[in-house]
Design a binder for this molecule. Structure first.
Ligand SMILES: Cc1cc2nc3c(=O)[nH]c(=O)nc-3n(C[C@H](O)[C@H](O)[C@H](O)COP(=O)(O)OP(=O)(O)OC[C@H]3O[C@@H](n4cnc5c(N)ncnc54)[C@H](O)[C@@H]3O)c2cc1C
Length: 395
């Protein structure tokens, strides 16, 4: 049986639709036109983008209302992050990381940390980044960073890399070992002495955002910087990544939907041997397979959101969503490229960018092997998916 928690029930439908429509309108009229510039310069123009995101309310979507955010439920948030995944990928990454880790802090932070950071996160004055991955160690709890208690402080030493939004983050949730076996999480402001940030090389897709190297050289923070209790880092890690994996799956959905829409349009307009290619059975098969992936992904995302919003923990479902999502968007963008033929491989067409952007979904919030581990671990612990059978018996 999964634990029951208090999760946001969301906002009234009319208010939500007004917010969603405002964001969708800005995505297509103000942000999408920046695609060529971002791809050419490999840099998101933050001076233009951040004020737009703040104005339309895209930065406080998951910040609880008492801290000035919109307090959306997960079912309300997923279509919005999916829409961002249709346009230039760097924009989606900024919005995803900003919302996801403000949301994590709202769940795992103490009152003082939430009051200090979340109102600013809702307006874009603050931004929380997640500093877990290390160059010299493995994934998750395999860390070389240490936090040593010294009187009323902790002294953190270590090296993180691939930390998204490292150029704009005001705070980092840093994971470090407090004993050989225990991991703890700390909320570390960017300007803390000893914390330095260096850029890493540009990425294959989702261009224009920074995923930097964060060095912690004897960074001294007060004990109040601990997120939760000492030694609870693994628990926090799982908690933060769980729902974030669903957000990555929703990003896979958005990218897949856009690739499908473009492919349907191309299949109707591209004529070979005197007929639109969409009349050929082989091309129809591609389209039908793409739509099947989109349909299935929508279904599992709706189920995961429903469970989470009802207060359940969903580690297995979240990992399965993330896993299926990356496989689905992989297949869909492969087929989209085939439907488009050679022109889809050129920068003249958004398919080329969608294809590259989608490949980040393999890595964010853990690789496939980590998702196998989490999902299978739950199954071997006796977790049963009885829900599916219950649905078929409901009137
Ligand atoms: C653009 C970008 C943004 C990112 N943003 C962030 C961020 O904001 N914060 C952050 O903390 N991290 C971030 N990451 C890091 C990302 O989460 C990791 O790259 C990812 O989890 C894989 O870890 P790794 O790079 O250390 O790969 P490795 O751990 O070196 O894995 C290499 C391969 O080995 C497999 N493998 C490794 N260990 C095991 C094992 N024990 N069992 C089975 N298979 C294993 C992996 O699945 C993978 O296939 C980002 C990465 C990228 C590319």
């Amino acid at each position: 049986m999964t634990a029951t928690l208090t999760h946001s029930v969301g906002i009234p439908e009319s208010e939500y639709l007004a917010l969603r429509d405002r964001i969708f309108e800005a995505i297509w009229s103000e942000l999408d036109p920046l695609e060529r510039r971002i791809e050419d310069e490999e840099q998101v123009p933050h001076d233009i983008v951040m004020p737009i995101l703040a104005r339309i309310g895209a930065l406080g979507l998951l910040v609880p209302r008492e801290y000035g955010g919109s307090g959306l439920s997960i079912a309300q948030y997923l279509p919005i992050i999916a829409e961002f995944a249709k346009v230039q990928g760097g924009l989606r990454v900024i919005v995803h990381v900003h919302n996801s880790f403000a949301h994590a802090l709202s769940e795992i932070g103490n009152e003082q940390q939430k009051a200090a950071v979340l109102p600013g996160a809702a307006t874009g004055r603050n931004s929380v980044a997640f500093a877990l991955t290390e160059p010299g160690f493995g994934t998750g709890a395999d860390l070389g960073s240490t936090a040593v208690r010294d009187g009323d402080d902790y002294v953190i030493t270590g090296e993180k890399w691939l930390i998204t939004n490292s150029d704009i983050a005001s705070h980092f949730i840093v994971f470090a070992k407090t004993t050989d076996r225990e991991v703890s999480a700390f909320l570390v402001p960017r300007d803390t002495e000893g914390l330095s940030i260096a850029a890493l090389p540009e990425t294959m897709g989702c261009k224009g955002t920074e995923h930097g190297r964060v060095t912690l050289d004897a960074v001294r923070v007060p004990a109040a910087a601990l997120v939760g209790a000492e030694g609870q880092g693994n628990e926090h890690l799982e908690r933060a990544l769980e729902i974030s994996r669903v957000f990555i799956a929703a990003s896979s959905l958005g990218t897949s939907e856009r690739a499908l829409e473009l492919s349907i349009a191309h299949a109707k307009s591209r004529v070979t041997f005197g007929k639109p290619i969409g009349t050929r059975q082989a091309v129809q098969r591609y389209l039908a397979e793409m739509a099947t992936d989109v349909y299935a992904l929508r279904g599992i995302l709706a189920d995961a959101a429903r469970k989470w919003d009802a207060g359940e923990r969903i580690p297995a479902e979240a990992s399965m969503c993330k896993l299926f999502g990356l496989e689905a968007v992989g297949r869909v963008t492969d087929r989209a490229l085939l439907v488009h033929g050679g022109i889809g491989y050129t920068r003249a067409h958004p398919i080329e960018r969608l294809y590259r952007d989608a490949r980040l979904n393999w890595l964010e919030e853990g690789t496939p092997t980590i998702q196998y581990l989490v999902a299978a671990g739950r199954l071997l612990d006796g977790y049963a998916f009885s829900d599916a059978f219950e649905i078929s018996h409901r009137p």
